[in-house]
Structures are given as structure tokens and as C-alpha cells.
Design a protein around this ligand. Structure first.
Ligand code: ADP
Ligand code: MG
Length: 712
């Protein structure tokens, strides 16, 4: 029985239109204990022979036997298995992972074969010592000289303890001193292994070799035994187990950490993507949910909704009164403040500042003209003013008097500026006109010297029965109005409407960053004056948290007036539509996520293809395709997890100084964090699988040659 037997093997390369011969009708047998030197001019088929023997490349004709077993039925995974159990490789271009240290390179080989974990470290150090690299064990491979690299590769080949070691011009790039060291290392191994070495310097090995094979034009032209092989012929059962998932996970981590700059770059990129996506997600979902979430509310029989100053309350708000009619006590306030999960605020007295649209606020713009803003409140402004002091950019927002106001920086007014509020007031009065002749009357303008007259209505009564209204300023000729009935007029009077406005001046004492919302903020006390202390107002940070708050309140003691609920009955009718809407939003948002990841993919693609060499090495030392695929997945998921954590920290930090970020954070439910996390996990796996598909499309040797060409 021979360890390896080639029978009439031919290998052709198709290049362009032509076909070139790699090797022709090769029949050879190899056994343990042999040190085979293969020589021949360039292009004679030496490498082809090695690649076929080591299962790196396919062939067209003939048969290869491994310990008498035919290999014609071998699938990719059988070859992987063969490589990992039988073959160690040493190539001319030092197939070493440059970003790893010597120690890590050797350790890798031990991990790949699932070498007992506790002994790995010791074994790796032993092997490094054996090749004389102890002093360099923690040096990155990229920093080593050629000779040192090749010795590291040998240490790694030894780590695998395979019966076959193939070496393709291992000294091709080395000076003579280094060459000698490498050759003598290989010699030591040959006692219980099969060593096949391709060299163009036969002199170097002729003392050691037990056999010399000379090739020419893809054929063996000489096969000479130099020393008798004394090794006994036994069947070998290599004891290499496959790499465990845990090793792959550890290995992936080491892989990432070995290239810290690249890692940082990708994390920064992903953090940006995650931030953009999270913000978009928060906004889109908030829109989608405003309707969706209301549907799940259980109003319960105890909750009475009645029209009590609710028309202009925001959906984040609810008013609470005691069911027993008692005045609100400090215990009530304490209880309602302590309800958790909604990030809410409790105000004594009901505030009516939400969404009031009755008048305009005027202010003098720094450029001199007067500008106004409608006094409309979409948000519960008192909540933000007291809860988010970090948004104050100038002045103060505490202890506001009734005529002091804090304004948004979007208005661009300075501290000390006067803002005034104008409220229209219309009054009316009935007056008697001046009668000029029987049918002609005059409005008594003289009686109202300074008054702003808004409207005048004439009231005419015929025979105590009818009143006809006539509008106009001028003198009135009754004949024009009704010539037939004019004689029956019993009374003529005028209803005058006076127009006035009240003006209140507010002084700006604080400036507040509200991300260009352009809102005004009033003193809490002023608003408090308008209400009694029978009612508390609870203000949550968002509509969603308001609902949570609403559910949490003890309804046996309190009656909750929650305007947002009133819309429920109508909304329930549209439930299927809501579902479709949210489906639409989810589709939209996932399309966006995919788009972002395509960007990531196109950036990463180049980097991944530059790792082809590493991957080829992993495969050549016996990592199989599925483990290598898993490795890439692990790497991507690790990066995603780190990026995700960083992003969440960034959002949290930013939310302290930025109002929009704060909103984003408030809107995200615990459930959203899970959704986001799963989304990114899925996308990073998707990314990894795309890379894998590309990498594994080509054979190991193609990978290796490609990467060799890349390095040349
Ligand atoms: P050696 O290692 O002895 O220099 P090789 O085994 O690399 O020779 O090559 C043997 C023959 O096969 C050469 O003629 C070479 O041009 C050809 N050959 C090797 N690899 C390829 C390839 N990937 N594509 C096309 N021809 C190839
Ligand atoms: Mg070659």
C-alpha cells in the first residue's frame, strides 16, 4: 500500500483559446519516510504536480489514490477533509497571514484541527521554539524577514502534524543562510512524514533527499531513488477533528482585532449607517404608530370621557381628578409622579397651552420689522421647559413671572426683547340713529369719537312685527328699502360692533433650543392661575408613553380625562387600514436599510477581496468552506454588535444636548431596540453571505494564485 498513488494523471489548463499542458500521464507512488526533491525548468509542471497531490487542484484524466482509496468520487468537502488531515503546505511566497503574529499563525493551525484547548498555547510555543523564532513570537508576520516567515510557515505546517508536507520552492526567495535553516528543518521532519519539495537548487537538498524526480514539459523524465526508505508501511489514521464553532468565533475576533485600523473604519461606517437608520426608523414608526397603538387601548368601564377642557389638549396629556371629588393632595401627586415607564411630568392645575390657535404673537425682528407667529402649540411646552433644562442656551427658564417668557432660538430674538400678544375683543351696543326727515336716518358718528367701529347693522321694525336688517354706513332712505311698507315703520335702531384688542407685553428672559420649532414658552404660574387645584395634568414624553401612563393609573381612585382616547372608536373602524399602513412603513424602512447596507457592501467589497490571500491560506491549512463562511459571518456580526452599542451610546449622549435626538430616544420602545438589533444582525449576515459567495466561487488554488499575483 502506498500513501499516495498517481495513475496516468493528466492536467490541462485552458487559457484563452488554447489549452496548455500542466502535466501528462503521470504515474507515481509516494510513501512516509520519503524526502522527494522535484526539479525541472520553469513551466515543467512541478507546481501542478504538487497541487494535484495536495488536493488543491483538479485534474482531467487518471486517478489519484489515497492509501488505496480512489478519489474520483470526492466532493469538495472530501478534498477539504483530505487537505486538513493529510497535507501541510509551505509555499514560495510564504503563505502566512501578515496581520497575525507568529504565535497567532501557529495557533491558528492548532485551532483548525481542534487541538486540545489547554495544550494549544504550549504546543504553539514549542513549535515556534523548534523553528527558532521564540524571540519573534509576538511579531506580526508582515514585519518578519523572508527566512523568518518561511520558518513560521513550517512551524505552522508542523502544528498540523500531517503525514504529508508539500513545499513549493520554499527557499526560492531566501538567502543561502536562511535556505539552509529551512531545509534542515524539513529534513528533521522527514523521518515520519512524506516530504515533497520543489526546488530549482538541487544541490541544496541532494544530501538529504531520498528520491529525485525530474520533470520536463509536464512529464516525469527521471525518478531516481537515492536512499532506501526504511519506514514501515502502515495505514495512517490522522486524528484531526474539525474546528469547533467556538474556535471559529474566537478566531474571527482575533482576525478583526489584528487589523485595528480597518476595524475602526468599518465600525465608524456602520455607526453612521445605524444612526441614520435608527433616526429614520424612529420617525417613520412614530408616524405609523400614532394610529396603530391606540387600537390596543382598553378603556375599561370606569373611564368616563367628558368634555372638560379637552379640545386643545395634546395627545401626550391627560387630566386626572379624584373620583370622590376630594381636592388633590400631596399623596395623589406623589402616587401619580411615581408611576414608572412613561417619563412623565405631573402639573398641579390643568394647563391649556396645547394647540391654542386664537391669536398671534408679535415681536420685533432684529432687522427692524415686526414679525408674528401664530400662537399654536403642538407640543406640551411646559413639559420640555422644566424637564429639559439642558436645552436652555441663554438666560433662564426658572421662576418666570406672569409676563416673562422663554422663546425658541428659532425666533432669533434677544434676551430683554419684548414680545406682545394681541387678542381681538369685539363688543356691541344698540344706539338710536339721528332722524333727518320722515324716512331718512343718520348714524350718530359723533357719539363714538375714538372707537374702532367694526360693523353697523340697521334694525327696522314694521308694525311691531318684523325686523329687517340693513348693513351700511350711509344715511338710509327707507323708500329705497321698501316703498310699500315704509309708512308702517314703528322703530329704527342701529347695532354697532366695536373692535378692540388687548395687548400684553412679555419680556424674553430665556432662549431655548427647540430645533427650529419656533415655539414660545410661558410661565408655568401664569397658566396655573387659570385653573384650580382639583385637577392634575399629567404630561408624558410622547403619545406612546402617554398610553402606557394611562394604563398604569389606578382607575378606581382616579378619573382620567384622556382626549387621545376619544378618537379610538373611529380609529378602530380603520384597523385594517392601519395594519396596511404600518406594513407599508415597514416595507419602506426595510428598503431603506437594504439600501444603506448596499453602500456598506460596496465599500467593504474591495477590502474583502484584498483578504483573498488570507482566505486561501485558511483553506489550504484545512479550514473548510463552511467554517470559513461562518468565520466571515462572525466577523460581520461582531462588527455590527460593536457598532450597534456605539450607536446607542452616541444617541444617548447626543440626546442630552440635542432636542431631536431626545425625541428619538423617547419614541423608541424596548421592542424597537430588539427589532433594530435583529434587523442589523440579519443584514450583517446577509453581507457576510454575499462575500462568501464571491470567495468560494473559485477553487483554493485559484484563490492562492490570484492572491500571489496580487502581491507581485
Ligand atoms: P512549474 O511549477 O514547473 O514552473 P507549473 O506547474 O506552474 O510549472 O506549470 C506547468 C504548465 O502549466 C506551464 O506551461 C504553465 O504555463 C501552465 N499553467 C500553470 N498554471 C496555469 C494556469 N493557471 N493557467 C494556464 N496555464 C497554467
Ligand atoms: Mg511552480
Amino acid at each position: 500500500m502506498s500513501l499516495i498513488k498517481l495513475e496516468n494523471i493528466s492536467k490541462y489548463y485552458k487559457s484563452g483559446e488554447g489549452v496548455s499542458v500542466g502535466m501528462q500521464k503521470i504515474s507515481l507512488e509516494f510513501n512516509i519516510g520519503e524526502f522527494v526533491a522535484v526539479t525541472g525548468e520553469s513551466g515543467s509542471g512541478k507546481s501542478t504536480l504538487l497541487n494535484v497531490i495536495s488536493g488543491l487542484d483538479s485534474y482531467e484524466d487518471g486517478e489519484l489514490y489515497i492509501q488505496d482509496e480512489e478519489t474520483s468520487h470526492f466532493l469538495v468537502k472530501d478534498w477539504e477533509n483530505y487537505r486538513s488531515k493529510f497535507v501541510g503546505f509551505v509555499f514560495q511566497n510564504y503563505n502566512i497571514i501578515d496581520s497575525f503574529t507568529v504565535y497567532e499563525n501557529v495557533l491558528l493551525a492548532l485551532e483548525v484541527q481542534n487541538y486540545p484547548r489547554k495544550e494549544r498555547k504550549k504546543r504553539a510555543l514549542e513549535l515556534i521554539d523548534k523553528v527558532g523564532l521564540t524571540s519573534h513570537k509576538h511579531h506580526k508576520a508582515s514585519k518578519l524577514s523572508g527566512g523568518q516567515k518561511q520558518r513560521a510557515v513550517i512551524a505552522r505546517a508542523l502544528a498540523k502534524d500531517t503525514p504529508i508536507i508539500v513545499a513549493d520552492e520554499p527557499t526560492g526567495n531566501l538567502d543561502s543562510e536562511s535556505s539552509k535553516q529551512v531545509i534542515s528543518l524539513l529534513q528533521e521532519l522527514s523521518k515520519d512524514k512524506l516530504i515533497i519539495i520543489v526546488t530549482h537548487d538541487y544541490d541544496q537538498v541532494k544530501e538529504i533527499a531520498t528520491r529525485h524526480i525530474k520533470m520536463h514539459d509536464g512529464e516525469v523524465v527521471e525518478d531516481k531513488t537515492l536512499k532506501q526508505n526504511t519506514h514501515e508501511d502502515v495505514k495512517i489514521e490522522p486524528s484531526i477533528k474539525p474546528m469547533t464553532v467556538a474556535s471559529v468565533a474566537r478566531f474571527a475576533l482575533r482576525n478583526l482585532l489584528s487589523k485595528p485600523r480597518l476595524l475602526l473604519f468599518f465600525i465608524a461606517l456602520q455607526v453612521m449607517i445605524i444612526l441614520v437608520f435608527t433616526m429614520t426608523y424612529s420617525n417613520v414608526m412614530n408616524t405609523a404608530r400614532q394610529d396603530l397603538f391606540n387600537l390596543n387601548l382598553d378603556m375599561g368601564p370606569d373611564i368616563q370621557i367628558f368634555d372638560f377642557h379637552t379640545s386643545n389638549m395634546s395627545d401626550n396629556r391627560m387630566n386626572v381628578v379624584r373620583k370622590d371629588g376630594q381636592t388633590i393632595s400631596s399623596d395623589d401627586i406623589e402616587y401619580l409622579s411615581s408611576l414608572s415607564g412613561s417619563n412623565h411630568f405631573v402639573y398641579e392645575g390643568v394647563l391649556f397651552i396645547d394647540e391654542i390657535e386664537t391669536n398671534y404673537m408679535y415681536y420685533t425682528h432684529p432687522q427692524g420689522y415686526t414679525d408674528y407667529i401664530p400662537r399654536t402649540y403642538k407640543y406640551d411646552t411646559t413639559y420640555f421647559i422644566s424637564k429639559q433644562p439642558q436645552f436652555l442656551v441663554d438666560g433662564r427658564m426658572t421662576n418666570l413671572s406672569a409676563t416673562e417668557v422663554v422663546v425658541s432660538n428659532a425666533l432669533r430674538v434677544n434676551i430683554g426683547a419684548i414680545i406682545y400678544s394681541r387678542e381681538d375683543v369685539v363688543t356691541s351696543e344698540e344706539v338710536t340713529p339721528i332722524q333727518l326727515d320722515t324716512y331718512i336716518y343718520k348714524f350718530p358718528f359723533e357719539d363714538f369719537p375714538d372707537k374702532n367701529i367694526n360693523n353697523i347693522t340697521w334694525l327696522i321694525t314694521y308694525d311691531h312685527i318684523e325686523t329687517i336688517a340693513y348693513y351700511g354706513w350711509d344715511l338710509l332712505d327707507l323708500e329705497q328699502l321698501d316703498p310699500v311698507r315704509k309708512d308702517y315703520v314703528t322703530n329704527v335702531s342701529v347695532l354697532v360692533e366695536f373692535y378692540e384688542y388687548n395687548e400684553i407685553n412679555y419680556t424674553v428672559v430665556g432662549i431655548f433650543d427647540d430645533s427650529n420649532r419656533g415655539a414660545l414658552y410661558f410661565s408655568h404660574d401664569e397658566l396655573l392661575n387659570a385653573s384650580g387645584n382639583q385637577t392634575l395634568s399629567l404630561s408624558a414624553s410622547s403619545e406612546i408613553t402617554a398610553e402606557r401612563l394611562f394604563k398604569a393609573i389606578d382607575k378606581t381612585t382616579y378619573r382620567v380625562i384622556y382626549p387621545a382616547l376619544e378618537q379610538n372608536a373611529i380609529q378602530a373602524l380603520f384597523a385594517p387600514i392601519n395594519f396596511l399602513i404600518s406594513l407599508f412603513f415597514y416595507t419602506l424602512i426595510y428598503g431603506f436599510a437594504l439600501f444603506l447596507y448596499f453602500i456598506l457592501y460596496s465599500v467593504m467589497k474591495n477590502v474583502m477581496s484584498s483578504r483573498k490571500k488570507d482566505f486561501a491560506i485558511f483553506r489550504s491549512i484545512g479550514t473548510n468552506e463552511s467554517k470559513l463562511g461562518l468565520l466571515v459571518i462572525f466577523e460581520q456580526v461582531y462588527m455590527m454588535v460593536i457598532s450597534f452599542i456605539v450607536s446607542m451610546i452616541v444617541i444617548n449622549i447626543l440626546s442630552y444636548s440635542n432636542y431631536s435626538m431626545n425625541l428619538i430616544l423617547q419614541r423608541l420602545l424596548p421592542f424597537d431596540y430588539v427589532i433594530l438589533f435583529l434587523t442589523f444582525t440579519y443584514l450583517s449576515i446577509w453581507l457576510a453571505r454575499r462575500f462568501n459567495k464571491k470567495t468560494f466561487k473559485i477553487s483554493v488554488i485559484e484563490n492562492l494564485t490570484e492572491s500571489r499575483e496580487d502581491t507581485l
